[in-house]
Design a protein around this ligand. Structure first.
Ligand SMILES: [Zn+2]
Length: 408
C-alpha cells in the first residue's frame, strides 16, 4: 500500500495465481507459470506487491483486512494491443459493414483526418476516458499505439499523450500510407524510418507495423522494424489479419515480442510461432467488429504456441475496451477453455509485453488484481456482457469499485 500498511484479502472463493508449474518451457520469458488457482484462499498485499498467497486458514495477520465473501480474485488484465489516441468515431461505418459492406484498411484514414484536426485537449480527454473505462473493467496494464497522425508532429504528439497514461507506448507510424504519399509510398517508409522515428522514439518503448495488403509489405515492414530496433525500440507486428501474408515471418525475423491478429495462418506460420518466442496475440474484437472468421486459437494452443488475448480497442474495427468480452468470444468462438482464455488475457498479455511483474499473483508480483462479483473466473465467459468486476487494485491501491459484497 502507498501508506506502507499491509492488506489481507481473505475469504477468496477462487484465487487465480498463474504461478503453476510451467508447461511450455518458456518461463525464461517471464515469471508467469501455467494457469493455477487456489480455493478458499487469501492474499496479502504489502508495499504494492503480493506478499503472500495461500489457504485462508493459514493467512498471516495484516494491518487491514478485506473479506472477499467467497468471490474470485484474478490478476488484472494485461491488454497488450490498443489504439487509443484518436478523435472522432465510426459507428456509421460499422453499421454499414454489418449491412454488408466489407472492411478495408482504408477506413483508418477517416480517423487520421479527425485526429489531425483535433486539439491536444480533445485527444487527451478521449484517451483518459478510455483509460479509465479500461481500469474500471479490470485492465491494470494496457499498451497504446500511435498511428492516426501519420505526420512527424502528429505522431510525436500522439506518443507523448500515450506516455501520460501508460509505459507501454508503441510507435505505429507505419499504420497505413497517408493520402499525401499515395503516389510515393517508399518516401513515406523513409519518413517513418527517419525523421518521424527520431521524433517518436523518445516517448516509445515499442515499434509496430501493419504488415498487410493495403498497408505495408514484407520488405517495408522489415525496414520499419529494423529502424525501430536501431533506435532502441522493441518490436511487435500487426500480422495476418485480413488474409495470408508474410507478417508472422517478418515478426519472427525481427525478434518481435508478439505477432498480433494471426487470423489467417499457414502451417509454416504456426511452426514459426512454435519455434520462436513470438507470442500470438489474438484480437477477437476485430473479427467480431468486421464479421470475419475468428482466429483458430485451438490450433495454436495444441501446437504449443503462447497465446495472448487483447482488445485491439480502436474506433474502426474493434471499439471495445472489454477484456471480459474478448474472453467470452475466445471461449465460445475460438475453442479456448475458460482457464486458457483467462491466462491469455493476463499472463499471456504480460508475456506479449515482456513483463515479468504482472499477469500473475505469485509472491513479488505487482499487486494488480481484480475482485469479481462471481465465485470463479469461468463467470467471465459464462455471463457475457454482464459487468462483474467489483473492485480493482493497482500496485496495491484500490483504484476502482468497492470491496463490499452485495450478497448480504
Ligand atoms: Zn491494431
Amino acid at each position: 500500500m502507498s501508506n506502507g500498511k499491509s492488506t489481507l484479502i481473505t475469504g477468496i472463493g477462487e484465487l487465480v495465481t498463474n504461478d503453476g508449474e510451467p508447461d511450455d518451457g518458456r518461463t525464461e520469458d517471464g515469471k508467469q507459470g501455467a494457469f493455477a488457482a487456489i480455493s478458499d484462499a487469501a492474499l496479502v498485499i504489502a508495499e504494492g506487491k503480493v506478499a503472500w498467497t495461500g489457504p485462508a486458514a493459514r493467512a498471516p495477520a495484516a494491518d487491514a483486512a478485506v473479506d472477499a465473501a467467497g468471490r474470485a480474485v484474478l490478476p488484472g488484465f494485461a491488454d497488450s494491443h490498443a489504439h487509443l489516441v484518436f478523435a472522432g468515431e465510426r459507428s456509421g461505418e460499422f453499421a454499414a459493414r454489418m449491412a454488408g459492406r466489407p472492411y478495408r484498411a482504408g477506413g483508418i484514414l477517416v480517423t487520421v483526418e479527425a485526429t489531425r484536426a483535433a486539439s491536444d485537449a480533445v485527444l487527451r480527454a478521449n484517451l483518459r476516458r478510455l483509460a479509465s473505462e479500461m481500469l474500471r473493467q479490470g485492465t491494470t496494464t494496457f499498451e497504446c499505439k500511435s498511428g492516426y497522425g501519420l505526420t512527424v508532429p502528429d505522431e510525436a504528439r500522439g506518443l507523448a499523450l500515450a506516455a501520460e497514461v501508460t509505459p507501454e507506448v508503441t510507435y505505429l507510424g507505419a499504420h497505413v500510407v497517408p493520402p499525401e504519399f499515395a503516389a510515393d509510398p517508399a518516401a513515406y517508409v523513409d519518413l517513418v524510418c527517419g525523421p518521424m522515428l527520431a521524433a517518436c522514439a523518445p516517448s516509445a518503448r515499442w515499434v509496430d507495423v501493419f504488415c498487410e495488403d493495403g498497408a505495408f509489405g514484407a520488405d517495408e515492414a522489415a525496414a520499419v522494424l529494423a529502424a525501430g530496433r536501431a533506435a532502441g525500440l522493441s518490436t511487435r507486428v500487426h500480422a495476418n489479419q485480413l488474409g495470408p501474408g508474410p507478417g508472422v515471418r517478418v515478426a519472427a525475423e525481427a525478434g518481435a515480442a508478439s505477432a498480433d491478429h494471426c487470423t489467417f495462418l499457414t502451417d509454416d506460420d504456426v511452426d514459426t510461432l512454435v519455434s520462436t518466442p513470438v507470442v500470438a496475440t489474438l484480437l477477437p474484437g476485430a473479427e467480431f467488429g468486421t464479421r470475419q472468421p475468428f482466429p483458430d486459437a485451438r490450433r495454436l494452443l495444441d501446437a504449443g504456441v503462447t497465446v495472448a488475448l487483447a482488445t485491439d480497442c480502436n474506433p474502426g474495427s474493434s471499439f471495445t475496451s472489454s477484456m471480459a468480452f474478448c474472453i467470452a468470444l475466445a471461449v465460445r468462438e475460438m475453442r479456448m477453455t475458460t482457464e486458457e482464455a483467462v491466462w491469455s488475457a493476463t499472463a499471456g498479455g504480460a508475456r506479449a509485453l515482456r513483463r515479468t511483474d504482472i499477469g500473475h499473483l505469485g509472491v513479488g508480483a505487482r499487486a494488480d488484481l481484480i475482485l469479481l462479483d462471481a465465485p470463479s473466473h469461468a463467470y467471465l465467459a459464462y455471463r457475457p456482457g454482464v459487468p462483474q468486476v467489483a473492485a480493482v487494485w493497482q500496485e496495491g491501491r484500490l483504484v476502482a469499485g468497492t470491496t463490499t459484497s452485495n450478497a448480504a
